[in-house]
Write a protein that binds this ligand. Structure first.
Ligand SMILES: [Zn+2]
Length: 318
């Protein structure tokens, strides 16, 4: 099986997850959801990256669940699959009697994302508190019902498990690493010589023109017409047009915190600088001065300043 075939299998599986959501999960909760959000509709989609999530539009008229193709891809790998939240849930909460396999992970992710839809309908989601007690009450109840079996049957009839078995032998680590490399290459694209910002690259230190009060930033990505940058002083990151970029010398401004060039978002995994023994955390909230993380190895949750957070190279959790 070549890389292309493995990817298209992942795409195919992600589409089956979408179908299971609409065919098995949605009819079960339709009335409850409509009661909470009259006139709303539910949408499902396959995403190109890893991101797998549930979103409720601000006007409460649309809920959308996205299954990332690369989420499926990384779950072909018996090593990578353990980094995901669903994998942790199966082990910690005893879903499927603790059996982590490709199939149980696929069932688990369908239930997990749908539990977010129900959580919203019940008003159990507050900002910064997503995987809370309310969420797990819903998810636990789902796992005690016949839904896992129903979803599993649905998936088993539509996912070619013989091909999955072959994909599980593929070198997913190398595939994922080379995808990450090409993303990094895109991020470090330099502006063409002769432009006003000649020499600007990912990692350059900059300020926002005319706004010295905003302090110093480090470029994380150069986009077609804008530049994305992380604050070096614990503020929010910015995305500004090229003509607002003020290039700075490396020795200006505050010292560079470790590994600060990687932009962090909710769901990313990280470790705390200088404290490898604490293991990995998952970002649950990003504040102005700090990041709140949930321990992935059963430890206490943490709040760490931006400068102490080191983003992991493994995938986002979902
Ligand atoms: Zn979740």
């Amino acid at each position: 099986m070549n890389n292309y075939q493995v990817e298209s299998l992942a795409q195919q599986v992600a589409q089956v997850l979408c179908d299971a959501t609409m065919q098995v999960m949605y009819p079960r909760y339709k009335d409850k959801l409509l009661e909470a959000f009259p006139g709303y509709r539910m949408e499902v989609a396959v995403g190109r990256g890893r991101a797998t999530n549930h979103k409720l539009r601000k006007d409460n008229r649309l809920q959308k669940i996205t299954y990332g193709r690369d989420m499926v891809l990384s779950k072909f790998s018996s090593r990578q699959r353990h980094a995901w939240t669903t994998s942790k849930e199966i082990r910690r909460r005893g879903y499927f009697r603790g059996e982590v396999s490709f199939m149980t992970l696929m069932v688990a992710v369908v239930l997990h994302e749908f539990a977010h839809a129900v959580q919203h309908a019940e008003g159990g989601r507050q900002r910064g508190s997503v995987h809370n007690a309310h969420f797990y009450r819903i998810l636990d109840a789902m796992h005690r019902s016949d839904l896992p079996e129903q979803v599993r049957t649905y998936l088993a009839e539509r996912i070619p498990m013989d091909r999955v078995a072959i994909a599980e032998q593929a070198d997913i680590e190398t595939m994922v690493a080379s995808k990450q490399q090409s993303r990094d290459r895109a991020a470090s694209r330099r502006l063409p010589a002769g432009t006003p910002l000649d020499g600007l690259h990912a990692g350059s230190k900059i300020m926002v023109k005319g706004r010295p009060d905003m302090g110093y930033y480090r470029v994380t990505r150069i986009n077609k017409q804008t530049v994305s940058a992380d604050s070096l002083e614990g503020r929010r990151g910015v995305r500004i047009p090229w003509d607002l970029v003020e290039m700075c010398g490396e020795d200006e401004g505050p010292a560079t915190p470790p590994e600060q060039s990687d932009r962090l978002s909710v769901g990313d995994l990280f470790t705390i600088h200088g404290r490898p023994e604490l293991g990995e955390y998952r970002v649950v909230r990003i504040n102005r001065q700090s990041v709140r993380g949930e321990s992935l190895n059963g430890g206490r949750d943490c709040r760490a300043s931006h400068s102490m957070v080191v983003k992991s190279q493994s995938q986002q959790a979902a």
